[in-house]
Design a protein around this ligand. Sequence first.
Ligand code: XMP
Length: 325
Amino acid sequence: MVTIMPFDPKKFIAGSLEDIKKTIRDKKAITAVSGGVDSFVAATLANKAVPGQLIVVYVDNGLMRKDETAKVKKAAESVGMDLNVVDARKRFLDALAGATDPEKKRKIIGELFVRIFEEEAKKAKGKGVDFLIQGTIAPDWIESGGLGRDTIKSHHNVGGLPEKMDLKLCEPLRELYKHEVRMVGRELGLPEPIFNRQPFPGPALAVRIVGEVSEEKVKIVQEACDIVETEMDAASLSGRMEKPWQYFAALLPSKTVGVRGDERAYQYTIVVRAVRSLDGMTASFSYIPHETLEKISTRITNEIRSVGRVVYDITNKPPGTIEME
Ligand code: XMP
């Protein structure tokens, strides 16, 4: 009989702080928070393990959720984390121009992130920044393939990394699954809205825009994601539905025909996605009340004038994945 030991976040934190100290020693490290729970927990651990030796950056890649930069700044302040905000909006959009293949998009994003981290590490006073601390978790490297596994998708922080990097990696959450990361976040005393935040992919809204990314499309997805989050949060708070594990909107590359007023319209399609999951490795689509779906659809088509159709994704993982790309 196999006995599965329950995960003990206290023990994990004690071991992890020791491991980080042993790895970084007297060197300096850089880490980035993305607005997702993994990077925030990794940065908080590193901040405890090697305070004074850590540079925390938040790269605004122009692909973040609506008002995300302000939220991340506030969250960092709440745990006393000194955050360096890097405005790289134009660089990411320029680098992604013309790219339509999902794996190519992921690699462009993964590489640009690392180049920016290297630049920030060089700019840092005293130099000597040797390590990049990342919030990589188990599903990220499992899905990125290698060691006999097929590549499902190159997570930006694993398969999306460039071959040549000046920085050495330190990944304290590498063996954990999302629910365990949340337990660590809670134990570290992070505010509930942070450790219980729904997951957000490192490549951000780029993987929620099927095909080529443009500023116009980013704006559409930002607004649509905001509407989905607001309406599903309200419906779950009032007990009308179970809060999904992850819930968002994505934009399809094709337009469809509709009517606006009395005129023919040819407009974008938004996909609403909401899933139940434990660790993101498998997922099933959430059962959403029709009234909530209707409210979301009406708000999206009224408030985003370039969207003429809204569909709900009823695919489980497998065979789908949670994100569109
Ligand atoms: P998929 O789409 O593979 O996603 O079913 C599983 C979970 O991982 C998130 N995700 C990512 N997270 N870097 C990340 O840090 C990535 O490149 C990435 N791709 C997907 C996704 O949002 C879901 O929670």
